[in-house]
Design a protein around this ligand. Structure first.
Ligand SMILES: O=C[C@H](O)[C@@H](O)CC(=O)C(=O)O
Ligand SMILES: [Zn+2]
Length: 279
């Protein structure tokens, strides 16, 4: 049974009043991957969709949730996928793409039928999915690390040494508003997105994976002078409002996927927060 959940957008004023469970109910997305299901969460921040498909036995189809009130899922949307499990076979209107671990696929608006399948049921795929509204059709395209724009940031001394793989971004392929990439922390580094930033013109979602067993990531959100934290387990996602920082510190290194949408495609359009100004 596929799952679909719709969530309202929240203001800084109401988030300031939230306790732990309210923060988690509104922003944390658990249970992304369940065997033979497509689980999706629609955020009213930029109508962004976050979810996962985990086909084990046989094929799964990208559903058309009633809430979209669309003839089919991608009628007015674009889709990004990053494989965080075993090898996958994804079809888009009959065209077949094989996705290995950490490979990405962009699927353009107007694609009527999308299916997901594991190449080998004993090592099932886990396909992390993001989607944003779209008003133009750009070509469906597979993107692997070799095609990515790669940036190295941070240092071991500040425990934020990491590689940013910009996968589905406009320097690599055209998209309407979706941007996705994957950041890998080096061994010994635990901080992502520190110094932290906000970008008023784009919301963002973070999905943490490769978090070792018995380790966790503490995710930070909120306005820079009013931060909150959410403890996150492996393979969970979190919604970041456009007014919020989004940063994390793990009890080990880990990898995460960021995805965003909004008014522009300018990755560098960030307001940075001085570390010493955070509250
Ligand atoms: O707006 C950009 C996103 O927050 C991420 O790409 C940041 C990130 O991966 C990092 O600094 O580790
Ligand atoms: Zn960001």
């Amino acid at each position: 049974m596929n799952k679909f959940e719709s969530r309202y957008a929240q203001s800084p004023k109401e988030v300031k009043q939230m306790d732990t469970s309210a923060l988690r109910e509104n922003f944390l997305i658990e249970n992304i991957f369940e065997a033979n299901q497509v689980n999706l969460t629609l955020s009213f921040f930029d109508r962004y969709i976050v979810g996962g498909a985990m086909p084990v036995n046989g094929k799964l189809a990208l559903p058309n949730p009633d809430d979209l009130k669309a003839a089919y899922f991608l009628e007015r949307r674009e889709l990004g996928i990053i494989n965080v499990g075993g090898k996958a076979i994804v079809t888009a209107d009959g065209e077949t793409f094989e996705l290995d671990f950490k490979e990405a696929l962009y699927i353009g608006k107007g694609t009527k039928e999308v299916t997901f399948e594991s190449a080998d049921a004993s090592t099932p795929t886990k396909l992390y999915i993001n989607s944003a509204p779209a008003h133009h059709t750009y070509p469906t395209k597979k993107v692997s690390k070799a095609d990515a724009e790669i940036v190295e940031l941070g240092t071991p001394e500040t425990a934020n040494h990491r590689i940013i793989n910009k996968l589905l971004v406009n320097s690599v392929l055209p998209t309407c508003q979706l941007q996705m990439g994957m950041t890998e922390l080096k061994s010994g580094s635990v901080w992502n997105t520190m110094p932290a930033h906000t970008h008023d013109r784009r919301m963002e979602a973070y999905f943490y994976f490769e978090v070792p067993q018995n380790q966790s990531v503490c995710h930070f959100m909120g306005q820079p002078q009013e931060t909150r934290h959410i403890w996150m387990q492996n393979e969970e996602a979190v919604i970041s409002p456009n007014w919020s920082i989004h940063s994390g510190a793990g009890t080990s290194n880990y990898t995460f996927i960021w995805g965003m949408a909004g008014e522009n495609l300018d990755y560098g359009d960030m307001d940075h927060c001085a570390i010493t100004d955070l509250k």
